[in-house]
Ligand binder design. Structure first.
Ligand SMILES: Nc1ncnc2c1ncn2[C@@H]1O[C@H](COP(=O)(O)OP(=O)(O)OP(=O)(O)O)[C@@H](O)[C@H]1O
Ligand SMILES: [Zn+2]
Length: 592
């Protein structure tokens, strides 16, 4: 343990490390690295909470887990593996969701420090609110591909998780992409990687060929000979160039030979539906569950393409891209652009053929375009850097050096000072309009009451953004129950259908958390163009130079920049949280 090696830490710090009680929430990519670091640093009192069980796709970066652990609770196995590094460490494992009354104020107050290693907004918001309420320092972390972030949340000193919204992006395990896709997005990621392998900037982390290092395929006799063969395989680009980007040969390799190769990794298909290689002279001209004749003319991108159409579109796109590549200077490459017809057609056609092969419901080109814009692979090294930085923050926090805990960003490329790991200059003060950091539980909800359904209201507004778990909503003016465990409500009903109009006041209670009562005042609005579906604003009336208020509008940007608009004395002071439809379940990153 580092703390036991003389001269590494001061004696005082050693004592602090050994006596501190730390809660780690999440035993995934960052959590595993972090638990190992904490134990090696000398922390001996740790509680680890994770609600999930181990999946094969976790094994490439969650190094406390091995193949034999698949299906077991992450928290329990993480505890077992990390305990081996220091048998004196007292690690408690809790296999449960952190969200709920069981983990309220009393629970959080048992710790000197809480660390989030989570992947979703709801849990992050929940822990952040509990830590601010209990005044326990929280270190919040996240990674997305090569980017990462570590920040301190400390009541009164720095922003909490609800103060400003963050961008979210989903990450995917390499072997899922290369060997065992199960969702359209896995095929879309693969197709984007393929584009780069053939025409873009080649990146060895974006290999698209069958992954012989897949831990799930280990021990497969056929695999061992395949591995040897793989060493001699030429790069996809070199091979494609050799055959002059012949579309037919590409189809044969990508969708026949490589799929047969995958099929020979028999372990992969023991519990999964195996893929079906394309039969090139018998390509289906229909899409299961859809009819071409139903589609409106001119809206090709809005209907599903049959595999035969995909093949034709793929061929045209490859020909177009080959011509563009030939006109480039030596060493130059194409950069994928979703608005470029050949680029998006290539990805939409390739991903749909792969969806068909793996029996995954296909996506329209329109949907592929939306999904392809928002893809990041999970990188173990970024998790490791972030977990290391968390420990540095943790030591400072426990020594009471809160002002040395500025947010740190891990960047994809060095900045002008050649830094890849970049701290902010100061702690960002809590927003005085934040409904967590202020004690006022009054929130303005700006929304189109005619289009927002109760389901979206419950899932996105109440659960995702306000951190509720079992919300109970009543119209304060009419006494009508809007959402309740005991009352069955029509999920597709709009807010207007439930009698909610401009100016309605709703009281919201969370049955899972006794301390989270809110009053929501509804403002009706019609979003236009890029406007968010809804906005949440802490409703605080403030005295300002003897009169009431200015308006401070905080924009949700990826760069944490604040725009201050003085809109005259009459407006209420408010923070605007712009909410969009980005997938919830994911790592959070703010790009510096
Ligand atoms: N409410 C929650 N309570 C406890 N643990 C949670 C909660 N929400 C998420 N987690 C855990 O946080 C961890 C986040 O880890 P990570 O981001 O590496 O995701 P993953 O699910 O392991 O990987 P992937 O999503 O890429 O398959 C997961 O192990 C997940 O179970
Ligand atoms: Zn806050």
């Amino acid at each position: 343990m580092a703390s036991r090696i003389p001269g590494i830490f001061s004696e005082d710090l050693n004592t602090i490390i050994q006596k501190s009680k730390v809660l780690v929430v999440g035993a995934g990519g960052i959590g595993c690295e972090l638990l190992k670091n904490l134990v090696f640093t000398g922390f001996e009192n740790i509680v680890i909470v994770d609600m999930d069980t181990i999946e094969v796709s976790n094994l490439n970066r969650q190094f406390l887990f091995h193949k034999k652990h698949v299906g077991l609770p992450k928290a329990v196995v993480a505890r077992e593996s990390a305990s081996r590094f220091n048998p004196n460490a007292n690690i408690e494992a809790i296999h449960d969701s952190i969200i709920g009354d069981k983990y309220g104020n009393l629970f959080f107050r048992k710790f000197n420090l809480v660390i989030n290693a989570l992947d979703n907004t709801a849990a992050r918001l929940y822990v952040s609110r509990q830590c601010v309420n209990a005044d326990i320092p929280l270190i919040e972390s996240g990674t997305a591909g090569y980017r990462g972030q570590v920040e301190l949340i400390k009541k009164g000193l720095s922003e909490c998780y609800a103060c400003t919204p963050k961008l979210r992006q989903k990450t995917y395990a390499n072997c899922t992409i290369r060997n065992t896709p199960s969702e359209p997005i896995h095929c879309i990621v693969w197709a984007k990687f393929l584009f780069n392998q053939l025409f873009g900037e080649e990146d060895e982390d974006e290999d698209i060929s069958p992954d012989t290092a897949d831990p799930e395929a280990a021990g497969d006799a056929a695999m061992e000979s395949l591995k040897a063969e793989a060493i001699n395989r030429v790069s996809t680009r070199a091979w494609a160039k050799e055959c002059s980007y012949d579309a037919k040969k590409l189809l044969q390799k990508l969708f026949v030979e490589d799929i047969k190769y995958l099929l020979s990794m028999k372990n992969l298909w023991e519990k999964r539906k195996p893929p079906l290689p394309l039969v090139l002279d018998k390509i289906p001209d229909e899409v299961a569950g859809s009819s071409k004749s139903e589609s409106a003319p001119g809206l090709t991108n809005h209907r599903l393409w049959s595999v035969a159409e995909c093949v034709q579109i793929f061929t045209d796109a490859v020909n177009g891209l080959r011509k563009k590549t030939e006109s480039l200077k030596e060493g130059d490459y194409l950069v994928w652009d979703k608005d470029n017809k050949d680029d998006i057609n290539f990805v939409a056609a390739c991903s749909n053929i792969r969806m068909h092969i793996f029996g995954i419901g296909q996506k329209t080109c329109f949907d592929v375009k939306a999904m392809a814009g928002n893809i990041v692979p999970a990188i173990a090294t970024t998790n490791a850097i972030v977990a290391g930085q968390i420990v540095i923050h943790a030591l400072r926090v426990l020594e009471g050096r809160f002002n040395d805990c500025q947010t740190v960003y891990v960047r994809m490329y060095p900045n002008t000072k050649k830094q890849v790991i970049v701290p902010e200059k100061f702690l960002t003060k809590p927003s005085n309009q934040c409904y967590v950091c202020t004690d006022v539980n009054q929130v303005l909800l700006t929304v189109d009451v005619d289009t927002m359904t109760l389901k979206v209201f419950e899932d996105k507004v109440l659960k995702q953004h306000l951190g509720m778990s079992i919300p109970d909503v009543m119209d304060a003016c009419t006494g009508k129950i809007i959402i309740s465990e005991d009352v069955e409500c029509t999920e597709n009903a709009t807010l207007a259908n439930m009698g909610i109009v401009d100016g309605s006041i709703l009281t919201v209670d969370d049955l899972a958390q006794s301390d989270s009562k809110l009053t929501l005042t509804v403002y009706n609005y019609k979003p236009e163009g890029e406007d968010p579906d809804f906005k949440l604003v802490a409703n605080i009336k403030q005295e300002h130079n003897g009169t009431v208020d200015e308006e401070v509008e905080v924009e949700a940007t990826s760069e944490k920049k604040r725009k201050i608009i003085d809109d005259g004395p009459a407006a209420a002071k408010k923070q605007k949280i712009e909410c969009d439809t980005i997938e919830d379940d994911d790592d959070v990153i703010i790009i510096p």
